[in-house]
Design a protein around this ligand. Structure first.
Ligand code: FAD
Length: 412
């Protein structure tokens, strides 16, 4: 039976960052990386919008994001891989009731030295060509039906932006395979059917299937970087229900459309959110648009639904930015969030009831931007027994039992 010191399940940005950082920080044990996909980054990572931001209200999210932005900003230099890193900013817009909370948010951001500005409606309109903060010109019946209110102001973060998470993942694996004495074994097209556990509850290895052939390997540590498939794997592994993750898999879609009036000013817009969580940004000659269906069922279904853009997004968006009425849908895709249903934040670190099971799951839509920093912190935990750069223990699985949650306020 093959035996590895670490078996990493999942070759997305989380797994890639963990493997690269283990080696970079001097880990000399053997590493096996397994993924059911045909390529690295085949899961949520390659379907992400690639947005990053440091606009949060909890200290752990602000710290992890700031570290992540630093890593991403130097990625080309440090890793020899261009990742399309762009800092065009984020602009969150609010109705009056939420806007009244903004002084509190501003205090938190200031205390954490986050670079931000509060925009008046006139500043919001100046930033997004054609956007109307007022609703006075919208037919009152339509306005009521769509539940639209005037935009009272915007929170702008100049250090936020976007990048290509697939390229970053490829960069992590390329460097991991070439730069170090120890070469990790990367095995694609391989489904892990179950993690095996010994009587004391320690992970002893994994059972896997590749092209119909089954194999079992022994492992010193098993790292779950399994995104939306995490609970399916844990169910098959027979661990008690109370030890599983509070995660559901929820469909999320992105839509690529023309940009309004082909106005070249749109190329420089920040990632902007408007009514009902609709967000958009300029991306490769198109406008990328999305809106989370918050009550999407727990399912691994990734069927793309173009009508969602027409009915749930464009109807509202064309009232806010009239020129978007002419924006045609060119293409789009659907993939999955691994939504943590309790506090919507990552679950990271050793599983308290299975001491060598390392978790990096439940990112709830933040994993592309947080995986680079979290992978580095987890490597520290494995090698030195402690977090060194940032104490990620607020993200521990045990917080749910202790009711010591990581709760973001005001900024989704
Ligand atoms: C539409 C959309 C938009 C998003 N936008 C953003 C954004 O703007 N910013 C942001 O930060 N995040 C965003 N995200 C979230 C982000 O993509 C994820 O949080 C991130 O990619 C998680 O990375 P990961 O490596 O943990 O998971 P994944 O990339 O999903 O990787 C998990 C891997 O594990 C493998 N795997 C799972 N189970 C098994 C098994 N049993 N056997 C073998 N292999 C297995 C899968 O094949 C997969 O490759 C978005 C996600 C979606 C769907």
């Amino acid at each position: 039976m093959r035996k590895f010191d670490v078996v990493v399940i999942g070759a997305g940005i989380g797994g890639g960052s963990l493997v690269y950082n283990l080696l970079k920080q001097g880990f000399t044990g053997s590493i096996l990386v397994l993924d059911q996909g045909e390529t690295v980054a085949a899961g949520a990572t390659s379907h992400s919008a690639g947005g990053f931001r440091n606009l949060y209200t909890t200290s752990i999210n602000m710290q992890i994001s700031s570290m992540g932005i630093k890593i991403l900003s130097r990625f080309k230099e440090d890793m020899g891989m261009a990742i399309g890193f762009q800092r065009k900013g984020y602009l969150f817009n609010y109705y009056e009731a939420e806007w009244r909370q903004m002084p509190k948010v501003a205090e938190i951001l200031k205390a954490n030295r986050v670079n931000f500005e509060l925009f008046t409606p006139a500043q919001v309109e100046a930033k997004i060509p054609g956007l109307r903060c007022s609703v006075a010109e919208i037919d009152p019946e339509v306005r009521e039906f769509l539940g639209m209110e005037p935009i009272a102001g915007g929170l702008f973060g100049a250090d936020c932006g976007s990048f290509d998470p697939s390229q970053a993942t490829v960069g992590y694996f390329e460097r991991a395979m070439t730069d170090f004495k120890v070469k990790p074994v990367l095995q694609l097209n391989t489904e892990v059917v179950a993690v095996t556990f010994d009587r004391a509850g320690r992970a002893s290895g994994v059972k896997m299937k590749r092209a119909g052939a089954e194999e079992q390997v022994e492992a010193g540590i098993v790292a779950l970087c399994t995104g939306p498939w995490t609970n399916k794997l844990l169910d098959n592994s027979g661990i008690p229900a109370e030890d599983r993750m509070p995660i559901i898999s929820q469909k999320r879609m992105l839509f690529m459309t023309d940009f309004p009036d082909n106005d070249p000013r749109w190329q420089d817009i920040p990632l902007t959110s408007i009514d009902q969580g609709i967000f958009f940004k300029f991306e490769s000659g198109s406008m990328m648009v999305g809106k989370a269906r918050l009550d999407a069922p727990d399912s691994l279904d990734t069927t793309f639904e173009p009508e969602y853009y027409v009915n749930e997004i464009n109807l509202v968006m064309q009232e806010r930015i009239p020129a978007t009425a002419k924006c045609k849908l060119k293409r789009g895709w659907a993939h999955l969030y691994d939504t943590n249903t309790i506090d919507h934040n990552a679950i990271v670190g050793w599983h308290e009831n299975h001491s060598n099971l390392l978790l990096q799951v439940g990112y709830s839509g933040h994993g592309a931007q947080q995986g680079p920093a979290v992978g580095a912190c987890l490597a520290e935990l494995v090698i030195t027994g402690k977090y060194q750069s940032i104490d990620c223990s607020p993200f521990r699985w045990g917080r749910f039992q202790e009711n010591d949650l990581v709760q973001e306020a005001y900024i989704l």
